[in-house]
Structures are given as C-alpha cells and as structure tokens.
Design a protein around this ligand. Structure first.
Ligand code: XMP
Length: 586
C-alpha cells in the first residue's frame, strides 16, 4: 500500500504519534527518515515534519531536502518541523532562554484552512525551547500564545503550514480537527485505512514465512506478544507453536499466574514458565542507576533466552522465531530513529541475531500501531482483561524501586517547599534529565496539579513535584538513605502495588487512569527507610500525560493501608505532567 502521508522523523518522541493519528483518521501513513529525498516523496499527498529535540542552529541538527517545499505534496511542520521550515525559507528562529512545556492557551488569528472550526482560544500542548520570531516571506501569522507569538503560520499558495504546538497529542483539545483540516482540506486525502481488513494478508504472510516450520515465541504477557501468538495460532494451528515466558522475579503480584491462565485458555500445552528470578536478582545486586539496571536486565534476558534456545533445540532448522514487534520498533531497529536517548528499550537481543540473519523471524504486527494491535486482538478473541490492561514496563518493578548510593537531606526552599535528593528521569524539550524532586507541603488538588509543572519548569534542579499525602514520620525528619535493589525492598514495593491495584479496581478509579505506577523511593527514617509514590496518570499513548486526582476518601484509605506495609514511612502523590516529568519514576 502506498502511503498518502509520510511523517519525516526529525528525532521527536512524537513522530509515531503523528502517523498513528493520521491512520486513526483513516488515512494510511508511514514514517520516513528526515533524509528522505523530495523525489521519493513526490507521490505523497502530504508530508509532515515532526518535532524533535534539536535546535535548528545546532551543528548536525536534522535537516530536510529543501526541494520538498516545492515538490508537490502539502507540508505541515510541527514544533521543530515548524522551526526547520521557517529557518529554511528565510524566517527567523530565536533560541529560547526558558522552555515552554505543558498546557498553553492558543489565540486563533485566522480561523480558516488549517485552523478552520476552532474557537477563538484553544488549549494546546507545547514542548519547546526555541521559537519562531519572524515567519518567512509569504507566510501569514495564524495563531499566537502569550509566550510564543508565532504559534501557527501558513502559506496558502504554496500549501506550506507550521504549528509550534502539538496537534497530535490528546491534551491539545482540537488537535484532531487541525490534522483533519490538513489531511482532507489541504492535502485532499481519501480514507483508505482500516486495520481489521489487514487480517487475511497478515495470516498469509505468516504462513508464507513459516512454510513447514514451527514458531517459538518469548511471551511477556503484554498485549503485543500475546496478539502475535494469537495470530500465529490462527494462521498455523496450536501444534506448531511454543511460548516461553521468563519469570524475572520483577513482576507484580499474581502476574505469572494471570499470564499462564490466559495462554492456557488460548491453547493448551504451548505455554512454558521459566523461573529465572534468582539469576535476575543476583545480577542486579548493587545496581543503582536506572540505565544500568535496564542494561543488566537486557543482558540477563539474552542469557536466559539463549539457554532456552539451546535447551529446546529451537535453533535447528525446524523452528523460527516469532516476535510481537510493532511499527515504532520496526522503524527503530531499521536505524532511522533519531530520538534522543530517553530510555533504553530492549527489543532485539543479540542471541536472537542468528535467527534474524538467517531470515527465520516472523513479526506479524510489524506495520501496526498499538491501538491497531488491540483492534485485531479483539477480533481474535483475546480477552479484554489482557487487552485493556495498563501497560507495564518490561524491566518491571526493578525500575520502580529507586536506589541511592549516598545519603542526602531535604533542603527547605521558599513557601514551605523542599527539594529532596531522590533523582528520577524526566523529559524536557525531548531530552532526558535526571534530577531531584520537589515536595509541596499540601495535599494533592487541581490547583497544585495546575501549578506543579510550572514551578518545576522554573527551576533547574528538579524535574517533578509531589504532595505528601500521609506519613508516620515528620516530613522535615525524612532523609535519603543509601539503598540497593534487594528482595526485601522489591517485596515492600510489590505489597504496596498490590494494595493500590486492588483498591483502584474496586473503586473503579483504575478506569479513570491510563496507567498507575506505584514507586518505592529511598526516603524515610531509620525504622521506616522507604516511601511510596502514587503516580496515577491519564494519557492516550504514553507520549504525554497528566496526573489524575482521586477522591480524598479513597486516597486516605489507600494511604493508611500502604502505611501498614513494614518499612514504609510516607505516601507521596506525583503532581507533574509529562513533560517535564516522565510517567515512570526510575
Ligand atoms: P515514560 O516513563 O518514558 O514511559 O514516560 C512511557 C511509557 O513507556 C512505558 N515503558 C516501557 N515499556 N519497556 C516497556 O515495554 C520498557 O522498558 C519501558 N519503559 C517505559 C511506561 O510504562 C509508560 O507507559
């Protein structure tokens, strides 16, 4: 299928989200590297330049083929894409001193074309530092915000448009309308994409790739690998599949049993649990830094998987490997992804390289996005309880159990707030930060959620802000203590996580959230060395997120139950959106 729209990847975390949104509107889109030539894109109806972490002035920053602006397809630049277009065509881009991350109010000056159908002012999502200060000749100014005077521009005659805000994220309320205007009115696209219609073709490809061989899956219990197994079951039948599941000991309570039950319902006798918990815990002993933990976990996975491959004779000619790789990972491992290293994901491990090199690999979901995978999973009868589960990171509780090499005290700052030296990962302007957290001495409320991210954006030493909801020790007396990743601390986290999950499900609060990480931080007292952070967020895709409040009564019950877990001093509530924080704490 030839895409009507190509999204050029200039290194943003948002590039896939843009393509996904376009497909959601029924228009087939792909992602191409920013280096794609204008001639290779000439048959597209439109091209979208994505956002990215660079500054157009930085040496080596991603550029696009200038011929694109006169090659035929309409062009929409988003965020960095706008700056790139403005700079390239003779406008002015000014490096910003202070970034603008999160919600902003857009005032629309031209309510037609790209911004047709919007109100005079609209909430939008921004994540940038540089900004356009003078549009190129021929471009009209279409919208502004208080801090960003050039928020949308357009040249109708040349069909070139740019927006500083992110129309692809759900927090931009009318972003979908902006994209519809671009696709249907400006580019003249037609609706040609419906994931469920791909099913016969996907099954045909599985049968062709497998020929008379069997398929081995490493199942994680996540949506992708489970749907990939279900597709292969349908295409090949149960006698030709084996699914091995590695119990890392880093799972939530009851996880392994849940996955086993799901697979046994799909087909008997294809599912095997490999208990590697002692091996993982041993390897992680002493690891403090999040990237280090991720690296170790990735390496141990390689070892366990290699052992399984050898032991089961899966390397002989009778077997090929099945993987639940989805489109963003396909693009990433194809080497076109420029994204700044925010986190290391481990999708393809070295031990499997041989099978890949021998072309013994089947990836039935390689062209699909997550929501498209869910649609297909439902058609195949994969239970909703699995498809609708909150996402859970592969490295499991290991990354939600924060460690610290050194002791540290709280530092009082203005307005009764404290900086606590518990460092966590954040994402600001598409780059990774690793900073302390701010403690706000008030219970969580809409008001504090509204101001927390702004306070964080104004400070260089923190990347997230929390409220303390309950505690057995005085806040001022808490300190960070050196803490490792131990079985005892993992059990503490697992117990708190199980309490939260049970209460969130019973109260239906779970349905108001997209994900609800529960985190253990090494902040406490001698008797109770750790605290728990609640991180309920709303998101559509994990790219952006905002905190969700629960009722005071539920929070009180939950906090009281958590404080009964031995060794837990306090309960905190994360008030920060993504950006500037991330969803996970690690
Ligand atoms: P952040 O913390 O970057 O997380 O805002 C965004 C989403 O990605 C999930 N996540 C992972 N998922 N393997 C996964 O399968 C991983 O290593 C991983 N790390 C983060 C995270 O749970 C959230 O939904």
């Amino acid at each position: 299928m030839i895409p009507q729209i190509s999204v050029l990847d200039t290194g943003g975390q948002y590039c896939h989200l843009i393509a996904r949104r376009v497909r959601e509107l029924g228009v087939y889109a792909d992602v191409q590297p920013h280096t794609a030539s204008a001639s290779s894109l000439a048959c597209r109806k439109g091209v979208i330049l994505s956002g990215g972490p660079s500054s157009v002035y930085a040496e080596g920053s991603p550029q696009v083929d200038m011929a694109l602006y006169s090659a035929g397809p309409a062009v929409l630049g988003i965020c960095y894409g706008l700056q790139l277009m403005a700079h390239g065509l003779g406008g002015e881009v000014t490096p910003g001193e202070q970034g603008e991350y999160g919600k902003a109010t857009l005032r629309i000056l031209t309510r037609e074309g790209l911004l047709d159908g919007l109100d005079d002012s609209e909430p939008v999502w921004m994540s940038h530092r540089d900004r356009v200060t003078r549009p190129p000749a021929g471009f009209a100014l279409m919208a502004e915000t208080d801090t960003c005077p050039v928020s949308a521009i357009g040249d109708r005659a040349r069909r070139l448009y740019g927006v500083q805000f992110h129309p692809e994220v759900v927090h931009t309320r009318r972003g979908r309308r902006v994209l519809e205007n671009f696709l249907f009115d400006i580019c003249g696209c037609v609706r040609d994409w419906e994931p469920s219609r791909q099913l016969p073709e996907i099954e045909r490809q599985i049968r062709e790739m497998a020929a008379d061989r069997n398929v081995l899956f490493f199942a994680s219990g996540g949506v992708d690998s489970t749907v990939a197994v279900a597709l292969c079951l349908r295409a090949l039948g149960p006698g030709r599949l084996h699914a091995a599941y590695v119990d890392t000991g880093l799972m939530r309570e009851g996880e392994t049993e849940f996955v086993r039950a799901t697979f046994e319902k799909m087909a008997e006798g294809i599912f095997e649990v490999v208990d590697a918990s002692a091996q993982f815990l041993g390897a992680l002993d002493g690891a403090m830094e999040p990237e280090r933990k991720r690296h170790i976990i990735g390496e141990e996975f390689v070892r366990v998987q290699e052992a399984i491959l050898e032991r089961g004779h899966f390397l002989d000619g009778q077997w090929i490997l099945g993987q639940g790789t989805i489109y963003p990972d396909t693009i990433e491992s194809g080497g076109t992804q420029q994204a700044d290293l925010i986190k290391t994901h481990h999708n393809r491990v070295a031990g499997i390289q041989r099978l890949i090199e021998q072309n013994r690999l089947v990836e039935p979901l390689r062209d699909l996005y997550k929501d498209e995978v869910r649609t297909i999973g439902r058609m195949l009868g994969v239970p909703d309880a699995l498809l609708d589960r909150h996402p859970f990171p592969g490295p499991g509780l290991a990354i939600r159990c924060l460690c610290s090499g050194e002791p540290g005290a709280l530092r009082a700052i203005e307005d009764g707030m404290f900086v606590a030296p518990v460092r966590t990962v954040g994402v600001q302007g598409d780059s990774r930060t690793y900073r302390s957290m701010l403690v706000i001495p008030h219970p969580p409320s809409e008001r504090w959620i509204d101001s927390a991210s702004a306070i964080v954006n104004h400070r260089a030493d923190v990347n997230r802000a929390v409220s303390r909801c309950a505690g057995l020790d005085d806040l001022e007396s808490l300190s960070v203590r050196p803490s490792r990743l131990t079985a005892e601390r993992l059990d503490r986290l697992r117990a708190a996580d199980a309490i939260v999950r049970r209460m969130a499900l019973e109260s239906h609060f779970e349905n108001e959230t997209w994900q609800f990480p529960v985190v253990l931080i090494p902040l406490g007292s001698t008797e109770r060395p750790d605290s728990i952070v609640l991180r309920p967020i709303y998101s559509v895709d994990g790219m952006t997120a905002s905190p969700v409040l629960m009722s005071a009564a539920l929070l009180e019950r939950m906090s009281n139950a958590i404080l009964e877990v031995a060794g837990v001093s306090s309960v905190f509530y994360d008030l920060t959106s993504k950006p500037p924080a991330t969803i996970e704490w690690e």
